[in-house]
Design a protein around this ligand. Structure first.
Ligand SMILES: [Zn+2]
Length: 301
């Protein structure tokens, strides 16, 4: 992982308590890791190993019971935004703001340009008990209003967190981007059940099956472009992280068109992680507009 991305991930980790473990794993791991016995289905170059233990003192949260979403705000002063925030995520995407109203709001939603770099990259898939997260080795940049955000990780929820007119999709992918100044932008992709999606095979064939496990993929060739839907229209709104500490000021870009995973692919994920979603939050008058996302592709060595 490049120094630049490590800096970004570390900044992100100061914002996302839950990501601390992941950041430590991603940025402190030696370049060469000892080869350990891989899972039977893993190709030669994928290795699975224990992740590091959670940092002592991090507040514990879950998706159920006394530590579930309705209680997050009470679990720690650090999580206060979860209960007191007025611009929280996820939301129901039922009512996009009328076009004429949105026209006056354009300045708040500068054009999003996604610079996709096509290159083989090193990745780490980490099962942190809340999700399976793929830390990304860098190269892809999202630009909005002159501000550059680097893709640092993508992870998955079951079912979707954003809903469309009240309807959940089987899954949702979140591609988390962070700026050098620590600002956050997340590209959300709804996932419906359909055809087998080969773009996910390099990761999906070697998912870390248990909490605390990390799969290291030294040479995965995941093209982020292929993970996105063919239609580049998106819902745009300003919200928050959907996990504690529920930090606000997150620029959300939720693609309007879902992508597909097969029933088997969805089952492979939900056999490991399921019901890791936060219920939708009130809009409180926030505008939601639909905007195209401009894609520009480059090829890196
Ligand atoms: Zn998420």
């Amino acid at each position: 992982m490049s120094t630049y991305v490590c800096q970004l991930v570390r900044r992100l980790a100061t914002t996302i308590a839950a990501a601390t473990t992941v950041a430590v794993v991603a940025c402190s791991a030696p370049a060469e890791r000892p080869m350990e016995p891989a899972a039977q289905t893993a190709p030669r170059d994928a290795t699975t190993r224990p992740s590091v233990a959670p940092v002592a003192g991090d507040p514990v949260w879950h998706y159920e019971a006394d530590e579930g979403p309705s209680r997050w705000g009470a679990l720690s002063p650090k999580f206060r935004a979860c209960s007191e925030g007025r611009a929280q995520s996820p939301i129901d995407l039922a009512d996009a703001t009328p076009v004429e109203a949105a026209a006056t709001l354009k300045m708040r939603f500068p054009a999003a340009k996604l610079q996709i770099a096509h290159h083989e990259h090193v990745a780490d898939g980490i099962n942190n008990g809340h999700t399976i997260q793929v830390n990304y080795a860098g190269g892809d940049t999202l630009t909005m209003g002159g501000q550059a955000y680097g893709l640092v990780q993508y992870h998955f929820h079951n079912p979707s967190e954003h809903t469309l007119k009240g309807r959940h999709f089987p899954m949702e992918m979140h591609m988390v981007h962070t700026s050098a100044g620590g600002r956050l932008a997340v590209v959300g992709v709804l996932i419906e059940q359909g055809a087998h999606n080969h773009a996910f095979d390099p990761i999906w064939n070697n998912l870390p099956t248990q909490k605390g496990l990390e799969t290291h993929y030294p040479h995965v060739n995941v093209d982020v472009d292929d993970l996105l839907p063919s239609s580049r229209t998106s819902y745009r709104y300003e919200g928050s992280l959907t996990t504690p500490p529920c930090t606000e000021g997150v620029q959300w870009i939720v693609m309007t068109m879902p992508i597909q995973l097969s029933a088997d692919q969805i089952r492979a994920f939900t056999a490991i992680i399921h019901d890791n979603f936060r219920p939708t939050q009130p809009l409180n008058g926030r505008p939601v507009v639909t905007e195209p996302v401009v894609l520009a592709s480059t090829t890196l060595p």
